[in-house]
Design a protein around this ligand. Structure first.
Ligand SMILES: *Cc1c(COP(=O)(O)O)cnc(C)c1O
Length: 354
């Protein structure tokens, strides 16, 4: 009886999480919303009758959602398609956080975009340091789980720039014990052996899983990301987003990739093979002190002097990411082609000797 009551309260709170102005929002109704059928002549959207890209894109990205629904085993009403996953992050602040009042939380070091997006939206972002090989400190987190002004927790898993996935039980603890929204950013999930949380969107009402076509799918230039959640949250996302947020060209590029899943998978396999080879080669260098375990397409590497290594590689026309400010003397190396990785190692071998 008490359990039923608690669960009901939780449902109620979830609806209260959406800002009042958003709850009462009337979404823009496009020409394509008002007439959805097929016809011969469309004179309803002030489009130019000439050209090949003269028509507005499908505002609901139906074709992409149908394919993704099958691939991810979710409903089409449980998918939001965004202009990169950056849009998924930005809309989360706009939907759930009252500017200047509410807060969000993430774990540091992590992806810098949560902070930028929080600042743009005038939301304080609490950064809880990760501990013991970059895992979540649940004890320290507890007071924030109980703080009603914290509306969103961002969990980046596999985490950028550390590369590791967080313990599944820790993420589930947060989902079960936090009454706000939990966004699991799975930008790198296709490189990981860990199961995606997309299978749990029916189990946890406060869960949003964010994925992207930018990394494993090789479409960073296209700018398409996806969020998976229950249909109530997805409905709010769809009402808040700009109506035509994903262009015709972007939708075509994604559909093309979805029609060539084997090629996508081959690329992932190749990158994972190269990642292991790169790890072995880096381990032979004297300047390398530690290579952190990774579930992503990059390696976090501790070297003798990250600033010097970074500057030196620039001279050799090889650009890596200096993460010294986030993790002491660490650089982040994205796995490239075999030739690119070879060039990187050759350059590093030269300074490793001197
Ligand atoms: C690269 C990356 C993304 C991708 O963002 P897009 O806007 O989809 O390109 C998202 N989250 C993390 C943690 C990333 O590292």
């Amino acid at each position: 009886m008490i359990e039923t009551l608690n669960r009901k309260m939780k449902t109620l709170q979830l609806e209260n999480l959406v800002r009042e102005n958003i709850q009462n929002l009337t979404a823009y109704s496009s020409a394509r919303d008002e007439f959805k059928g097929t016809a011969d002549i469309f004179l309803d959207a002030n489009e130019n009758p000439y050209g090949t890209l003269n028509r507005y894109p499908d505002p609901h990205q139906v074709q992409i959602k149908e394919q993704l629904a099958e691939l991810k085993k979710v409903g089409t009403d449980q998918i939001f398609i965004g202009n990169g996953s950056d849009e998924v992050i930005d809309l989360a602040f706009r939907i759930f956080c009252e500017p200047g009042v509410d807060k969000a939380l993430t774990f540091s070091p992590t992806y810098g975009m949560y902070d930028v997006s929080a600042n743009i939206n005038n939301i304080e972002l609490i950064k809880q340091p990760l501990i013991n090989d970059f895992q979540i400190n649940l004890n320290q987190l507890q007071p924030y789980l109980d703080d009603p002004s914290v509306k969103i927790i961002f969990v980046c898993s596999p985490n950028n720039p550390t590369g590791n996935t967080f313990n599944t039980e820790d993420i589930e603890y947060i989902l079960e014990n936090f009454d706000g929204i939990v966004i699991i950013d799975e930008a790198y999930i296709d490189f990981s052996k860990q199961a995606s949380f997309t299978t749990k969107i029916n189990q946890y009402q406060n869960l949003i899983v964010s994925q992207t076509f930018s990394k494993a799918w090789g479409l960073a230039g296209v700018r398409v990301g996806a969020a998976y959640s229950n249909s109530k949250i997805i409905d709010v996302y769809n009402r808040v987003k700009p109506p035509y947020n994903v262009s015709v060209l972007n939708q075509e590029a994604v559909l093309n990739s979805l029609a060539n899943l084997e090629e996508v998978q081959q690329n992932i396999t190749q990158i994972l093979t190269e990642r292991e080879r790169l790890k072995e080669l880096l381990a032979t260098l004297k300047m390398v002190n530690k290579i952190y375990p990774t579930d992503a397409n990059f390696l976090l590497v501790q070297v003798d002097n990250a600033d010097e290594t970074y500057e030196y590689l620039i001279e050799k026309k090889v650009i890596i990411r200096n993460r010294n400010k986030l993790v002491n003397n660490c650089i982040r190396i994205t796995v490239g082609t075999p030739e690119e990785n070879e060039k990187l190692i050759e350059a590093l071998q030269l300074i490793s000797k001197s």
